[in-house]
Design a binder for this molecule. Structure first.
Ligand code: F6P
Length: 327
């Protein structure tokens, strides 16, 4: 096994609160073990363009609390090509980089798996995405913060919904997964929650809203995941409900990218710190092609390919709780 002397760290794909805390952790763990650390700007694109930033323990001061990522992020199309990956590898060799820590989601890990197959380059993934849709960890970086942001926003929408006796459709992020919608929906006391994993049909929604009215509810909130499978977007859904239930005055609020920003929660900061330490330690032990994650509050590892291909199921108990709570 080649001795690891220099580790690169980058953030890739959609940014997530806690990415800076993870960068800090990787850099400081490298410093602790007297290894060099270098940051890569803009994920794989920066790797292709040799956009590097040497990092040491002091350079990552005062970032544990910051949202976004100091290394910037990107979704790189060039890295999908053999030529792009060849360039990236050349730059890593030229810079004497021995291993790479990728903080990102499944798209970023897919790039890592292909790169590792082609160049046998040591790689460890840290799951960072607000969507929480990565197998092998109960929590991805940024998910907890995004949930709190969504709940805070829905609480505010509830105030105005209640003042005007209105029904609000609130769209939250999650193009393939309903984890944010389901948990924020239960946390914010939503009437109904629409998620991609469980399409119960639009008629059920109408029935439920009708029932709520007859039970004397004057305002309601329906949380909709971006990727829900009703076949209608949130505005079309709102129109459909207004047409079919004229007793309701309906409004729509799309929370969008605000869910990706903001200071990370304590949970995300602690998670980032733990996963960063483990990622570096594993690389130094000669491990590669794995993702570090959290299961039952223990730091664990999962094969990178399995992390991408595996599926996290939605918690059915939460659906049941939601149903009972909207009585
Ligand atoms: O993967 C995280 C995510 O925030 C999804 O929930 C959302 O669909 C997507 O990224 C938006 O991506 P972009 O910022 O590139 O439009």
């Amino acid at each position: 096994m080649k001795e690891i002397k220099k580790i690169a760290v980058m953030t890739s794909g959609g940014d997530a609160p806690g990415m800076n805390a993870a960068i800090r952790s990787v850099v400081r763990t490298c410093a602790f073990y007297e290894k060099e650390c270098i940051g890569v700007y803009r994920g794989y694109q920066g790797l292709i363009e040799a956009d590097f930033l040497p990092l040491d323990a002091r350079k990552v001061k005062n970032i544990i609390n910051k949202g976004g990522t100091i290394l910037k992020s990107a979704r790189s199309n060039d890295f999908r090509t053999e030529e792009g990956r060849k360039k990236a590898h050349q730059n890593l060799v030229k810079e004497n980089i021995d291993a790479l820590v990728i903080i990102g989601g499944d798209g970023s890990f897919t790039g890592g798996v292909v790169f590792n197959e082609e160049y046998n380059f040591p790689i460890i993934g840290i799951p960072g995405t607000i969507d929480n849709d990565i197998y092998g960890t109960s929590h991805t970086l940024g998910y907890d913060t995004a949930l709190n942001t969504a709940v805070e926003a829905i609480d505010k929408i509830r105030d105005t919904a209640s003042s005007h006796n209105r029904l609000f459709f609130v769209e939250v992020m999650g193009r393939d997964a309903g984890f944010i919608a389901l948990n924020a929906g239960v946390g914010a006391g939503a009437e109904e929650i629409l998620i991609p994993e469980e399409n119960l049909g639009i008629d059920r929604l109408l029935e439920s809203l009708k029932r709520s009215r007859s039970k004397g509810k004057s305002s309601s909130i329906v949380v909709v995941a971006e990727g829900d499978r009703t076949g209608r977007n949130v505005f079309e859904l709102a129109d459909y409900v207004e047409e079919n239930l004229p007793e309701y005055e309906v409004r729509v609020s799309v929370l969008g990218h605000m869910q990706r920003g903001g200071s990370p929660s304590c949970f995300d900061r602690v998670l980032a710190s733990r996963l960063g330490v483990k990622a570096v330690e594993l690389l130094l032990e000669g491990e590669s092609d794995i993702m570090v994650g959290l299961i039952n509050n223990e730091v664990t590892t999962t094969n990178l390919e399995k992390a991408i291909k595996g599926h996290n199921s939605i918690n059915k108990e939460l659906l049941r709780v939601s149903d009972i709570m909207s009585t």
